[in-house]
Design a protein. Structure first.
Length: 349
């Protein structure tokens, strides 16, 4: 933001505020080139200002208020490419302006820097760096989220504590405005996604796919019903117009009819049992192809089985013929032996 980096500064300049987990706040001075032409060639010089501010707990958020207590937004200007023809259709980019639109004399000789940590909040007066207000937010717990938001045409500090309390403090005096126990943090998803918005609203992820929205402003609660949108507007279906004879005779577009309405049993009556009735199949052409493929497969398997059976029958015939030949040879030899020893006595052997 544009603020006073040192105690002796007489004008605001671009600064980078760095907060650490130990409560240290460092202010770094940014030296930007004066013109856009030099910006393309000269780098941005970053130098420590020597200013160190301390708080209790890890630093969560910063904000800058002018001398009237109004929130000062970071300065920017719309960047446009001069050499582009369709610049209006491209996404606009922003860059930091060297000087704020209002001078230091218009803003007074000081600013208010609001710094909030996990334990306390402080308001410093710039450029003197005097601590004007200190508020210890919690001692037994710690803050999960803190944001400086606008509420009812004013600025306040909204805090969400780990014990489930939502607190709002006025700026810059830290006067307590609200302290209510809303929701204990039972899920780390709530702690990671909880954030405050302007006009007394807050959001967090109650589940991986659900966003919970809440408000801590009575004005926002009173106007909530007017801000809710409708998904649809219920409209009664109009009755169909009567179609005249001449319009049906000489009309251009034909009227669509339902097949069941024209030829169904409700209009034409139930068909006689002696008449053939078409029963559509369940598979259509694909079913017929599948069935044909199944029949062909069965025939192929039957043919292979028949071939294997014929081969086995041929082998059986060959074995039977071989056995018959062996039996005939044995019978012949046996008959010859019988004839040879038929007339011999027992003592001649």
């Amino acid at each position: 933001m544009e603020s006073f980096a040192r105690k002796n500064d007489s004008a605001v300049s671009p600064c980078l505020w760095v907060g650490t987990g130990l409560g240290m706040v460092l202010i770094l001075s940014l030296n930007l080139p004066a013109s856009d032409d030099l910006r393309q060639s000269e780098p941005v010089m970053v130098s420590p200002s020597g200013t160190i501010l301390t708080l209790k707990g890890a630093v969560l958020t910063f904000a800058c208020l002018d001398c009237m207590g109004t929130l000062t937004h970071p300065p920017y200007e719309v960047w446009r490419d001069a050499h582009s023809a369709d610049d209006g259709e491209k996404t606009r980019k922003r860059k930091l302006v060297m000087h704020s639109p209002s001078s230091s004399q218009d803003m007074g000789d000081h600013q208010f820097a609001v710094i909030c940590s996990e334990k306390q909040a402080k308001v410093f007066s710039l450029p003197s760096q005097t601590c004007l207000y200190v508020h210890n937010i919690t001692e037994t717990s710690f803050l999960l989220r803190a944001d400086v938001v606008t509420l009812c045409n004013s600025v306040c500090l909204a805090c969400f504590c780990a014990n489930g309390h939502i607190m709002t403090l006025s700026l810059p005096s830290f006067r307590p405005l609200l302290d209510i126990n809303y929701l204990p943090v039972t899920d780390m998803r709530i702690a990671r996604t909880f954030c405050f918005s302007n006009e007394g609203q807050a959001l967090y992820l109650s589940s991986p796919t659900e966003i919970q929205r809440l408000t801590y402003s009575q004005e926002m609660c009173d106007n909530l019903q007017d801000m809710l949108g409708d998904l649809f507007t219920p409209v009664e279906t109009p009755e169909a117009q009567n179609r005249g004879f001449l319009k049906g005779l000489f009309g251009g577009s034909g009227q669509a009819f339902d097949r069941e309405e024209l030829f169904g049993e409700a209009t034409a009556g139930k068909a006689s049992r002696s008449l053939a009735q078409h029963i559509p199949g369940s598979g259509g052409i694909e079913g017929v192809r599948g069935a044909a493929g199944g029949v062909i497969g069965d025939l192929t398997r039957a043919r292979i089985a028949l071939d294997e059976r014929g081969q086995k029958l041929g082998e059986l015939d060959e074995k039977t013929a071989s056995m018959m030949a062996s039996a005939e040879a044995f019978s012949k030899h046996a008959h010859e032996v019988m004839l040879k020893y038929k007339d011999k006595k027992w003592y001649q052997f």
